[in-house]
Design a protein around this ligand. Structure first.
Ligand code: NAD
Length: 421
């Protein structure tokens, strides 16, 4: 039920077990993938603007590095838990394997509400967290990126702190310690919009397959941060209309459709959709019941329970967020004939372009936007079609298919390498 505690890590472990049965995964490989390799917890003090010292709890979970360095975002959120971070880290392993990127999976974050802190405090919190992590991150070992509550600005602070402390000997070679950096600090063109862009590639592939005309189609979006806003702006280029939107501050609906560019600018300046001078405020229940073709959850995990799944009036749910659909909710959606394009596939555009950024840093190159966009489009379409073909051939849903494609690759590596010693 909505409001219940979502046992995110257990859900990921259960999905792994289901997919393992489909691909007859070696039980030893399943066992190794069922838990992260390293769980790092740090507590670090930071001086606040008023002079007092606060203690913060930070996590870095390194799930797997069988296919390459640990890789995954850093989340700043007041309800972050160790188990959620373990779930998110595991999903990064599946995502990178599915996308054929030479990375493993990781995730980290700090349990606090970044909205309650000044820019100066955020900088000191980020720098102390980076210092506390020390050699647990590194450009060839574990590479963080933005996630909920973090932006390119925080990545620039992480990079700068790392360069000037742990890795000052090879200062320039350490640029790749994080991805999702601002372009002027060594980031890549196309990274900021990459996750939303990947979501939209999945939508255009789905529309092609189902012969849905996106011109005049409607969509609703939960969460209007990096993923939700970019997905909305890019989807509007196809002539689709944003019928309802919401974030932590509330929900809005518009008969004629919102201009996602103007809304994104509003949110950039004010931090939420609250007070936007167009559309009508609606309840969360009304948001979920809004008639539309496409629903893009782009906020947090555990948002679509049975109630929401019964209320939704869309044809497809495209998971911009990680873990937005509960297994109970997904069963209802699939029974109702609503397609679900799962997170592991739908939001993998972010880590894919993060990888392009890392390659550019290593080679001291800067690619033009067309190159980044073209590579991402090919990668997303290939993965989408691989997952859809697998699901058809094995008669399973797309989530299980995405896990299976990833597990095949992970199992191959374990078979070749076995375990040490
Ligand atoms: P963000 O911080 O930029 O935006 C998060 C959005 O969610 C905000 O609009 C916020 O108001 C909203 N939100 C928070 N709590 C909410 C609640 N209780 N109800 C409704 N809305 C709420 O974060 P983001 O980077 O856009 O990430 C969103 C999701 O996408 C997360 O699940 C994240 O893990 C996933 N994701 C992000 C990336 C990336 O590149 N940033 C990549 C892959 C997956």
């Amino acid at each position: 039920m909505s409001g219940d505690k979502y046992e995110f890590f257990k859900v990921i472990q259960d999905t792994l077990a289901q997919a393992a049965r489909v691909v007859s995964l070696d039980p030893a490989v399943e066992l190794m993938l069922s838990q992260p390799k390293n769980e790092i917890i740090v507590h670090f003090p930071v001086r606040m603007d008023g002079g007092e010292i606060k203690l913060f709890k930070g996590y870095r979970i390194q799930h797997s590095n069988i296919l390459g360095p640990f890789k995954g975002g850093i989340r700043y959120h007041q309800s972050l838990t160790l188990d959620d971070t373990k779930a998110l880290a595991s999903m990064m392993t599946w995502k990178c394997a599915l996308m054929r990127i030479p990375y493993g999976g990781a995730k980290g974050g700090i349990k606090f509400n970044p909205r309650e802190h000044s820019a100066g405090e955020l900088q000191r919190i980020t720098r102390r967290f980076t210092h506390a992590l020390g050699n647990n991150i590194g450009p060839d070992y574990d590479i963080p990126a933005p996630d909920v509550g973090t932006t390119g600005q925080m990545m620039a602070w992480i990079m700068d702190t790392y360069m000037n402390t742990v890795g000052h000997v090879n200062k320039q070679a350490n640029r790749g310690v994080v991805t999702g950096k601002p372009v002027s600090s060594g980031g890549t063109l196309g990274r900021e919009k990459a996750t939303g862009q990947g979501v939209v590639h999945c939508i255009t592939e789905w529309a092609r397959e189902t012969r849905t005309n996106l011109e005049g189609a409607t969509y609703i979006v939960q969460g209007f941060g990096n993923v939700g806003s970019h997905a909305s702006m890019l989807l509007s280029r196809y002539g689709a209309s944003l019928a309802a939107v919401g974030d932590h501050s509330g929900y809005l609906r518009s008969e004629e459709g919102f201009n996602p560019h103007k809304l994104a600018e509003w949110v950039r300046q004010r931090g939420s959709v609250a007070g936007y001078p167009s559309g009508t405020p609606i309840s969360k229940e009304e948001f979920f019941a809004t008639k539309c073709d496409i629903f893009i959850p782009a906020a947090l995990e555990g948002q679509i329970w049975v109630e929401e799944a019964k209320a939704l009036q869309c044809k497809v749910v495209v998971e911009g967020a990680n873990g937005p659909t509960t297994p109970e909710g997904e069963r209802v959606l699939l029974d109702r004939g609503i397609a679900v394009i799962p997170d592991v596939l739908a939001n993998s555009g972010g880590v894919t372009v993060s990888y392009y950024e890392w390659v550019q840093n290593k080679r001291s190159e800067s690619w033009d936007l067309e190159e980044v966009d073209g590579r991402l489009e090919n990668a997303m379409k290939r993965a989408y079609n691989e997952v859809v073909s697998f699901a058809r051939s094995r008669d399973c849903d797309l989530r299980i298919a995405a896990y299976c494609c990833a597990l095949d690759r992970l199992q191959a590596a374990y078979r070749e390498r076995d375990i040490f010693p």
